[in-house]
Design a protein around this ligand. Structure first.
Ligand code: GLU
Ligand code: ZN
Length: 331
C-alpha cells in the first residue's frame, strides 16, 4: 500500500500539519507500506519553494522520512511538486473536455453570489460553501463539447455572462450530476454525499489558469499509486467530488481515512496564525520525541504526553484509539 502527505507550502508547518503527517505515516508504516511526500504548490501567489524546503527540514527533524517525493529530482523522473506537473493536468482536463463533461464559466465571484442570492435569498450554505448555480452550464453535453472546442480555437466570447470577469478568460467547470456518492471512510464510516447539493459544478481550472486542487489531487494520487488518503476531516465531503473524478477518469479510487481536527478553545480549527504552535516555535521548545509524544497523546494513542520514539509509537498505533470528535489543543 502507499500513503502520502500532501502539504501546501504556504508557510511554516504548524502542529496540525505535523499531526496529519504523523498519522498518515503511522497508518502507512503500520501496514508495511510506503509513504510519499507531494508538495501541493498549485497556488502560485501563496506557494514558495523555501517553504517546501522548510517542510522537508521539519519532517526530517521529526524523523518522518518519505520513501518517494519531495522537492528533489527523483531517479524515476516523476515530479512530486504540483507546479511541475501542469502538462499532466492539462492532459487529463483534455480527456474530460473530450467527454463533453466540462464547460467554460465566465462568472466572477460577485456574479455567482448575486445569482445564488436571487435564486434563494440566501448567500450560501450555513457552513459558508457557495454552490455554483449553473449559470454557464450548457443544456446538452454536445453543447458543452462545442463550447470547449470554441475556446480551443481561441474564439473566446463573453457570451454567457452579463458582467463577466475583467480578464475575459473562462474557468473550466465539471458538470456534476444530481447523484449521491456513497463511500466508507475508514474512520468516520459510511458517507453519502449528493454532488449537486454539496458542491454543484466545480472548477477544474481557474480563470487565471491555475489548476484546481480537486483535479490535481485525483490525478496525482492516481498516478503516484496512492492507495490510502489520510487527512483532516475538513476534506471528508470533498472525497465525493474526488471519487466522481476517479470514476470519470477510469482510475480506481484510494481508501479514505479522515482525522478529527485540532481545534482551539473557541472551537476553531488551529491555523497558521497561531504562531505559538508553528514549527519554528515548537522546535525551540521540544525535542522531536517530546513533540511526537504530545501529538500522540492528543490523538489518544498514548496515555500521557511523554517523549516517545517513532518506532515505539508505531507498535502502539491503532485507528480505533483515535477519537472522532475534534481535539482541543492548548498552546
Ligand atoms: N494540500 C492540502 C492541504 O495542505 C491537503 C490535501 C489532501 O491531503 O488531499 O490542506
Ligand atoms: Zn459561470
Amino acid at each position: 500500500m502507499t500513503g502520502r502527505f500532501a502539504p501546501s507550502p504556504t508557510g511554516r508547518m504548524h502542529i496540525g500539519n505535523i499531526y496529519s503527517a504523523l498519522l498518515s505515516w503511522l497508518s502507512a508504516k503500520g501496514q508495511g507500506g510506503e509513504w510519499i511526500l507531494r508538495i501541493e504548490d498549485l497556488d502560485p501567489q501563496r506557494s514558495r519553494r523555501e517553504y517546501a524546503l522548510q517542510i522537508e527540514d521539519d519532517l526530517r527533524w521529526l524523523g518522518l522520512q518519505w520513501d518517494r517525493g519531495g522537492t528533489a529530482d527523483s531517479a524515476d523522473g516523476v515530479k512530486y511538486m504540483q507546479s511541475c506537473r501542469t502538462d499532466i493536468y492539462a492532459h487529463y482536463l483534455n480527456e474530460l473536455e473530450s467527454k463533453g463533461v466540462t464547460y467554460p464559466c465566465y462568472c466572477t465571484r460577485a456574479d455567482i453570489l448575486a445569482a445564488v442570492q436571487a435564486a434563494s435569498g440566501a448567500p450560501h450554505e450555513s457552513d459558508g460553501r457557495i454552490i455554483y448555480p449553473g449559470t454557464c452550464r450548457p443544456s446538452t453535453k454536445g453543447e458543452a463539447k462545442m463550447e470547449q472546442e470554441t475556446i480551443a480555437q481561441g474564439e473566446i466570447q463573453k457570451k454567457k455572462s452579463t458582467s463577466g470577469n475583467s480578464s475575459g478568460k473562462a474557468s473550466t467547470r465539471l458538470i456534476v450530476p444530481d447523484r449521491t456518492i456513497h463511500f466508507i471512510d475508514r474512520h468516520y464510516g459510511p458517507q453519502a454525499v449528493n454532488l449537486a447539493t454539496h458542491c454543484g459544478d466545480f472548477v477544474l481550472r481557474r480563470a487565471d489558469g491555475a489548476w484546481a486542487y480537486q483535479l490535481a489531487v485525483v490525478v496525482d494520487d492516481a498516478l503516484m499509486g496512492v492507495t490510502e488518503v489520510v487527512r483532516g476531516r475538513d476534506l471528508l465531503l470533498s472525497s465525493a467530488q474526488q471519487i466522481y473524478l476517479y470514476e470519470l477518469l477510469g482510475f480506481p479510487a484510494p481508501s479514505f481515512a479522515h482525522l478529527p481536527l485540532l481545534i482551539n478553545e473557541q472551537g476553531q480549527r488551529l491555523s497558521k496564525r497561531d504562531r505559538s504552535l508553528d514549527m519554528q516555535h515548537l522546535r525551540s521548545l521540544y525535542t522531536p520525541e517530546q513533540l511526537i509524544g504530545i501529538i500522540a497523546h492528543a490523538a489518544h494513542l498514548i496515555d500521557r504526553p511523554e517523549p516517545i520514539s517513532l518506532s515505539e509509537l508505531l507498535s502502539l498505533f491503532s485507528w480505533s484509539s483515535i477519537p472522532t470528535a475534534d481535539i482541543l489543543v492548548r498552546p
